[in-house]
Design a binder for this molecule. Sequence first.
Ligand code: SF4
Ligand code: SF4
Length: 98
Amino acid sequence: MDKFEEKMAEIAKEDLSESEMNKRFLDELGDDCICPDCPMYNQCAQEKYEGLYCLMGKSECNLEEDDCICPDCDVFNDLDLKYDLFCIKGSEKELRGA
Ligand code: SF4
Ligand code: SF4
């Protein structure tokens, strides 16, 4: 089990609703997300206070594909994430087909 799977297993034990889970992710990891520094992060994303796409899923905004900076993020490295471009492709969980 890698760190991402361990984190998901830990959260699953608490039987949280999706909104409770997203709140937990934001509280714990929101400040570490560097999406606002990414060339793809636009005004729409900023106005919606989006971020943590790796855990919360795709953006609701129309983002133009560019270089994803997720591999430079602490969350990415702390959770051993395997994918990127989460804002347009979906969360790590979805991309792993879990
Ligand atoms: S890995 Fe990417 S989407 Fe996830 S918190 Fe870091 S910068 Fe944001
Ligand atoms: S998920 Fe990656 S590509 Fe999307 S805004 Fe965050 S850093 Fe940029």
